[in-house]
Write a protein that binds this ligand. Structure first.
Ligand code: S3P
Length: 171
């Protein structure tokens, strides 16, 4: 077993499938799957939207940074970041040091539809479609710093997984 295998880091907007793809990838590659949001929920015994409500966003972002950096410094993991994770300078810097990162990119329209369907995303509770679009465009500039961009729009989940796997194995 190669103990030095780099982490795979999945980046992208809320609703881009980071958790689903990370889980599916972990079934095909011998790396442990870490979902940062789920880890934060476990550690605090609170759902993400409750953390935002009860403790505020700053508290969440602090915890997100601490937990994410810890995993980024380890090896042999598939790490799905929260949608805001890669916007944090320290997380971004560490991600780009010794990990292989993938941005799961979709059309804004697709992401917006998915965000509105989900009730669990505090940052999107009261945001208009137009503002969400602006957020997506703004964040995409930063997401594009990931090592690789996967255009997911016309791909099945399995195709996304296979693309990531094949790129990872060459790196
Ligand atoms: C956030 C995305 C969420 C979660 C939190 C903040 C963001 O993660 O970390 O609600 O800033 O985009 P998902 O991308 O898994 O929904």
């Amino acid at each position: 077993m190669d103990l030095d295998k780099k982490n795979i880091v999945l980046i992208g907007m809320m609703g881009s499938g980071k958790s689903t793809i990370g889980y599916l990838l972990s079934k095909t590659i011998d790396l442990k799957f870490i979902d940062i949001d789920k880890t934060i929920e476990k550690e605090t015994s609170l759902k993400i939207h409750n953390i935002f409500e009860k403790k505020g966003e700053a508290y969440f972002r602090n915890l997100e940074e601490k937990i994410t950096l810890k995993f980024l410094k380890s090896k042999r993991k598939i790490i799905s970041l929260g949608g805001g994770g890669f916007l944090n300078k320290n997380i971004r810097k560490e991600t780009l040091i010794n990990n292989v990162s993938f941005w799961l990119n979709w059309k804004s329209k697709t992401i917006i539809k998915r965000i509105y369907k989900s009730k669990k995303r505090p940052l999107a509770f009261d945001v208009s479609e137009n503002d969400l679009k602006k957020i997506i465009i703004e964040r995409s500039k930063t997401y594009s710093e990931a090592n690789f961009k996967i255009n997911c729009e016309s791909l099945t989940k399995n195709m996304i997984v296979n693309q990531i796997k094949s790129i990872y194995e060459k790196n």
